[in-house]
Design a protein around this ligand. Structure first.
Ligand code: HEM
Length: 426
């Protein structure tokens, strides 16, 4: 096959020369942002064909890592913390990582639940689990609905909207910060929501480091307020938990909760709306169609999961995995999207199931903490159903093939989701 016929062939030869002795060898595939394809499923298929369930890849700047593609292998890695652990300080590549490496925000060690291990992780994750378990799902749905209605009212009269910016991201951020004890609206909240957006996904001319600093400061203030006057919210429950987290630990873990909730859930909503608006099985009449919103949400988790790849785990010692020799300190990227479509679990070639055995929320000790997927489901369902109920003739404003995916290996979501509908007179 020529390069022209196979758009991914050139990827196999891009990227800087890997350092000697690293896992990347001839054929290692570069996974940097700009080169990341619009249809990653083809890339995963090619990687599986050429490398098996564990492929050598090059991250930004030609930094070597392993992409774990097999369902069995991802399950194995995530359930053996004694072999594949979360503290990134054991990485054997730190000497090659520049100060401004784009993935530093994801792999640079921080004293949060994300990088803790063993008993300390169980203590920190236990607090988050208990605090999230206290969220009343009906109240959450209701709060989400009120914010959704307010946002829809802003664009309903115009007959058009760009749903990512006008609806999905703001809705999610406001619902999540309210769950954590801030008011869902007001200048202070809107400033905080905007800083969150900039620190997670800065636009042209915006400073994510400064915004991240302001997010930390606002959360420190929130923790102080909730210590003084607790309320029925996630922050207060974390502070009052018998595990006795310090204020700074709560701040760090609140940042993890808010960031971990926002992007994946927003993209889950967006990918579900895209499916509903483009797939004939749903298209006739979404509210009365043959397949439900719940089925679309589940199908997205199997086929277009938001957290495509998650970085990651670091090998505690030399170990074999999927026929590869992994060295102590090597980085493993969890290929969650690839694992979900692994032909080993779909021998008939048909992917998709009504069950939730996908790995979209990962697996094992560090998986997305148990109540979180339920809460994400409540918010996602409310966001999608409210929009479709209020604007029943909603359609895409562009051809489906004109929709542009973010050029990201990590998060699968659209740059924009433009729609049109009959204007609603308020
Ligand atoms: C209310 C919404 C959510 C909250 C509060 C939340 C919270 C969290 C937190 C705190 C972690 C860190 C767990 C740890 O290291 O112990 C985490 C991990 C994770 N979450 Fe979520 N999350 C939410 C929604 C989602 C959604 C919608 C997805 C994907 C569909 C997702 C996928 C993941 C994945 C893949 C991990 C990584 C687990 C690993 O290291 O193996 N989360 N989440």
């Amino acid at each position: 096959m020529t390069d022209q016929a196979d758009p991914f062939a050139s990827l196999a030869r891009t990227g800087a020369e890997p350092p000697p002795g690293c896992p990347a060898h001839a054929g290692a595939v570069s996974m940097t942002g700009a080169e990341y394809p619009q249809t990653p499923s083809k890339l995963y298929r090619m990687l599986r064909r050429d490398h098996g369930p564990v492929a050598p890849v090059l991250l930004d700047g030609g930094i070597p890592a392993w992409l774990v593609l097999g369902y069995t292998e991802v399950t194995y890695v995530t359930s053996h913390d004694e072999l594949f652990a979360r503290d990134s300080r054991r990485w054997n590549q730190w000497e090659n990582i520049p100060q401004d490496w784009p993935l530093l925000p994801f792999v640079g060690y921080q004293p949060s639940v994300l990088f803790t291990e063993g008993d300390e992780h169980r203590r920190r994750a236990g607090v988050i689990t208990d605090a999230l378990e206290g969220v009343d799902q009906f109240e959450l749905s209701n709060e989400c609905l009120l914010i959704a209605d307010e946002l829809i009212a802003r664009f309903a009269g115009s007959g058009q909207a760009e749903l990512m910016a006008d609806y999905v991201h703001v809705l999610l951020m406001r619902t999540v910060v309210q769950m954590c004890g801030m008011p869902s609206t007001g200048d202070d909240t809107l400033r905080f929501v905007d800083d969150l957006r900039i620190s997670l996904d800065a636009g042209e001319g915006e400073d994510p480091v400064a915004a991240y600093g302001r997010v930390g400061e606002r959360l420190r203030q929130l923790v102080k307020e909730k210590r003084a006057v607790p309320g029925p919210d996630v922050t207060s429950r974390m502070l009052m938990h018998p595990a006795g987290l310090t204020d700074e630990e709560v701040v760090q873990d609140l940042i993890s909760v808010i960031a971990a909730a926002q992007q994946p859930t927003a993209n889950w909503i967006c990918n579900t709306l895209r499916l509903l608006l483009t797939d004939e099985r749903f298209a006739v009449n979404v509210s009365g169609g043959r397949l439900s919103v719940g089925e679309a949400l589940n199908e997205v988790l199997w086929l277009d999961t938001p957290t495509q790849n998650f970085i990651g785990r670091w090998a505690v010692r030399d170990v074999q995995l999927g026929g590869r020799q992994i060295k102590a300190g090597d980085c493993l990227v969890l290929g969650l999207a690839a694992a979900n479509t692994d032909p080993q679990i779909w021998p008939e070639g048909h992917v998709g199931a009504e069950n939730a055995a996908h790995l979209s929320f990962s697996n094992g000790e560090h998986r997305c903490p148990y109540p979180a997927p339920l809460l994400a489901d409540v918010m996602a369902r409310t966001a999608v159903e409210t929009l479709l109920e209020r604007l029943p003739d909603l359609v895409l404003a562009v051809e489906p093939e004109e929709l542009v995916w973010r050029p990201s290996i990590w998060m699968r979501g659209l740059m924009e989701l433009p729609v049109q509908f009959t204007p609603v007179v308020q």
